[in-house]
Ligand binder design. Structure first.
Ligand code: FAD
Length: 446
């Protein structure tokens, strides 16, 4: 693993610094946590850790790591343009902090609050370790509009249904929640170093160079304005494709929400879903690995490795499902309408455990987000908070008629679907529907 922890460049200036630890907030504009760091009136030292606890679990070819590597490099270049640099460490978080504490006069640390279970535990550990040195660790809200405790029911409990949550979310929203945070770009606001900080190559991190295929972090007003009409049609370029940028913070969520507020209620609605699922993950961490509603954990999912393999490969004989699965493996993206169809197909038609589908999406999606992916899968399986009722089983043919009427999407990804080379349906729709209904009913009662 290189660069070694020993290559941290010394500071060019004396005096204590505030470290800002970048994670999923890889930008310098409209940044609440950087603003909090600068408010402490010390030079800010930017840090990024390639955390081996996360990276060591990933395959050698991973589009997200390639995307991340490019974005961290861009952040480093942007900090260099301000006369500073980004300290990048490839190692475990614990080792990184020991080295940082031994090298720099750190007075305080800021970061963006993260709601995933691993991150919560990691940050608890770091907070305690810093506290032993008398160093404050400030976790700042930046990747959601409202924090997990900010939109609660009248009795102070977390919402478990989206619509009332959304109503309360909107009622709480003021201009202040979306006001951009300005950045001090004066050189003295940033730590300066005696020599450039090294940056590991992808190979040094243990990954191969593959095309990351991520779209740019922008969208047009026209797309947002028409989003309500275009968002459900996978054959059109009708969604923003900004998920990956919201995931890694290469775009300000507040800026996007400001635009949505004036251009598209439907788009804002989706951003509220995003906040909702982060809130659910925080308050109900058991959703990682278990059904939100415990009775659903009794569903006897079928053990069907062949069905799972054909679903993954896009060879189920249902063109809309296969198109989605092929799009996913070719690009790391799958349209939301199609995510609902493919997830419903796996869990209802094939009666395969939603956790297997969730894990596959987690491995493949460029915009993978634990909270939204888990929420989407549990919604589709009917096991989750505010989920589709179990008896709503998507009919792939009807979904195609409604949302891909000219078969544009299907033709793009499954050009052979009308030929003899295309497989017969893996299971008959009507039979699958009845089997799913009987199985769910067997567990939940009539
Ligand atoms: P747009 O339609 O342009 O929406 C704008 C943004 O709003 C998205 O980028 C996303 O951040 C947010 N958003 C949109 N729909 C949802 C939603 N239903 N729930 C939460 N946030 C939403 N979204 C992820 O970000 N990561 C995931 O891993 C993920 N997995 C999913 C799995 C399943 C089974 C399902 C049904 C949905 C999943 N979603 C996930 C939600 C949604 O499909 C994607 O956010 C969306 O397709 C991303 O494309 P886009 O950026 O063009 O979205």
């Amino acid at each position: 693993m290189t660069p070694t922890l020993a290559t941290l460049p010394p500071l060019a200036t004396g005096g204590p610094v505030t470290v800002h630890w970048f994670r999923r907030d890889l930008r310098l504009s409209d940044h609440a946590a950087l603003a909090a760091a600068q408010a402490q009136r010390r030079p800010v030292l930017g840090l990024f850790v390639y955390d081996r606890a996360i990276l060591d679990l990933l395959p050698h070819e991973d589009r997200r790591v390639v995307f991340l590597h490019r974005q961290v490099a861009a952040l480093k270049t942007a900090l260099q343009a301000l006369g500073s640099d980004l300290i990048v460490i490839n190692g475990t978080v614990a080792a990184a902090w020991e080295r940082l504490l031994a090298t720099y006069p750190i007075a305080a640390v800021t970061t963006v609050r993260d709601y995933e279970p691993y991150a919560t535990e990691r940050d608890r550990w770091v907070g305690e370790r810093l506290a032993q040195q008398g160093i404050g660790f400030q976790q700042v809200k930046d990747q959601v509009i409202f924090d997990t405790g900010e939109v609660l029911t009248g009795s102070g409990k977390p919402y478990q249904v989206f619509t009332p949550y959304k109503r309360a979310w909107l009622a709480r929203l003021t201009d202040a929640d979306l006001t951009p945070w300005a950045l001090d770009t004066h050189p003295e606001a940033w730590a300066r170093f005696a020599q450039p900080a090294p940056y590991p190559t992808l190979a040094e991190l243990g990954f191969a160079q593959v095309p990351d295929l991520a779209p740019p972090p922008t969208t047009t007003d026209a797309l947002l304005a028409h989003y309500g009409q275009t968002r459900n049609f996978p054959g059109q370029a009708g969604t923003s494709r900004l998920g990956v940028h919201l995931r890694f913070g290469t775009l300000s969520l507040r800026e996007l929400a400001r635009r949505a507020l004036s251009l598209s209620e439907a788009y804002l609605n989706e951003l509220i879903w995003r906040d909702f699922y982060q809130m659910i993950l925080h308050h109900f961490p058991h959703v990682v690995g278990q059904a939100f509603k415990p009775t659903y954990d009794a569903i006897p999912w079928r053990d069907d490795p062949e069905g799972l393999a054909r679903w993954k490969a896009g060879a189920t004989g249902y063109p809309i499902v296969d198109a989605g699965m092929r799009e996913l493996s070719a690009t790391g993206y799958q349209h939301n309408r199609v995510r609902m169809i493919t997830a419903s197909f796996l869990t209802k038609h094939l009666l395969i455990d939603w956790r297997l589908g969730e894990a596959y999406f987690a491995e493949k999606l460029l915009d993978f987000e634990l909270a939204s992916n888990n929420g989407g899968w549990q919604w589709a399986a009917g096991t989750g908070v505010d989920a589709a009722p179990y008896f709503r089983i998507f009919n792939p043919a009807e979904q195609t008629r409604k949302f891909d009427p000219q078969l544009r999407y299907i033709r793009q990804w499954v050009p052979e679907f009308e030929s003899l080379a295309y497989p017969k349906p893996i299971i008959d729709h009507r039979e699958a529907r009845e089997r799913a209904l009987a199985t769910y009913k067997g567990v939940l009662g009539p």
